[in-house]
Design a protein around this ligand. Structure first.
Ligand SMILES: NC(=O)c1ccc[n+]([C@@H]2O[C@H](COP(=O)([O-])OP(=O)(O)OC[C@H]3O[C@@H](n4cnc5c(N)ncnc54)[C@H](OP(=O)(O)O)[C@@H]3O)[C@@H](O)[C@H]2O)c1
Length: 248
């Protein structure tokens, strides 16, 4: 039987935060399509979700920096599973370095993967959302897009740019049943953070008012709340989820 559940496309779905978002949306009854970059890792990832009883998660491996590939990828998701109701832009990378040392490639790779990708996915789903008069777009930015960060001109620029897109698209779609919001996590206990030496992690933790790292599940809960059809009065917002580390 064809899928009857609303469809949520989560780019970077196989990552640390993405996994929790996929599971939270799946628990809420969505058919979740998780985006990935590394096909080998994605296969193992899907098997482990299924082993945990998540049979309403599928995969889509689209190069997000490639505009045509994104258009085709979205079309394929729609044909296979139905119209996309929820888009979560969670794919992201870092290529850190001070301005003095940053290469043009480091700049471009981050802008392509973290920001141009958001234009590509939004452009890919917006027509179908407008046609159906409904949609939820949630862009996963970062505390560092809010306050800047030493060694991250590329990452901070991409993440700040994301929210500019959010606010503009929110205005364009406000009367069309579509909401667009940004979520800006602080330090979340993913592999990326847990691989930092313990001493450095302790020092970072001390700078967080709640004195702990966030969990991927906390991001999943917030995204699922914003994705809900009852959350229609929240649009164009940036929601900080950072344990009080930055209050802008
Ligand atoms: N972790 C934190 O503390 C933190 C804090 C603030 C904001 N964030 C943001 O939250 C998001 C998720 O972070 P995370 O820690 O969960 O990262 P992660 O574990 O490294 O996951 C990144 C995800 O993005 C995918 N990806 C990378 N490059 C891609 C490309 N070119 N095309 C398609 N997919 C690509 C990866 O796919 P593969 O695994 O297949 O390569 C993976 O699914 C990112 O946008 C990050 O900037 C994270």
């Amino acid at each position: 039987m064809a899928n009857q559940a609303p469809v949520a496309w989560v780019t970077g779905g196989t990552g640390g935060i993405g996994t929790a978002i996929c599971r939270s949306l799946a628990d809420a009854g969505y058919l979740v399509v998780a985006g990935y970059h590394n096909p080998e890792k994605a296969k193992t990832w899907l098997a482990s979700q299924q082993a945990d009883g998540y049979n309403n998660i599928a995969l889509s491996g689209v190069d997000l920096a490639d505009h045509q590939a994104c258009l085709q990828g979205a079309q394929q998701i729609i044909e296979e599973h139905g119209p996309i109701s929820v888009l979560v832009n969670c794919a992201g990378i870092t290529r850190d370095g001070t301005m003095k040392k940053m290469s043009y490639e480091q700049w471009h790779e981050v802008i392509d993967t973290n920001l141009n990708s958001v234009f590509n996915t939004c452009r890919s789903v917006i027509e179908t959302m407008l046609e159906h008069g409904y949609g939820r777009i949630i862009n996963i930015s970062s505390i560092n897009g809010r306050k800047g960060q030493f060694g991250q001109v590329n990452y901070a620029a991409a993440k700040a740019g994301m929210h500019g897109l959010t606010m503009s698209l929110a205005q364009e779609t406000a009367t069309k049943g579509i909401t667009v919001n940004t979520v800006s996590p602080g330090y979340i206990a993913t592999d990326m953070i847990m691989n930092i030496p313990e001493k450095v992690r302790e020092a970072i933790r001390e700078t967080i008012p709640v004195k702990r790292y966030g969990t991927p599940e906390e991001i999943g809960r917030l995204v699922t709340f914003l994705a809900d059809k009852e959350s229609g009065f929240i649009t164009g917002a940036n929601i900080d989820i950072n344990g009080g580390q930055f209050m802008g």
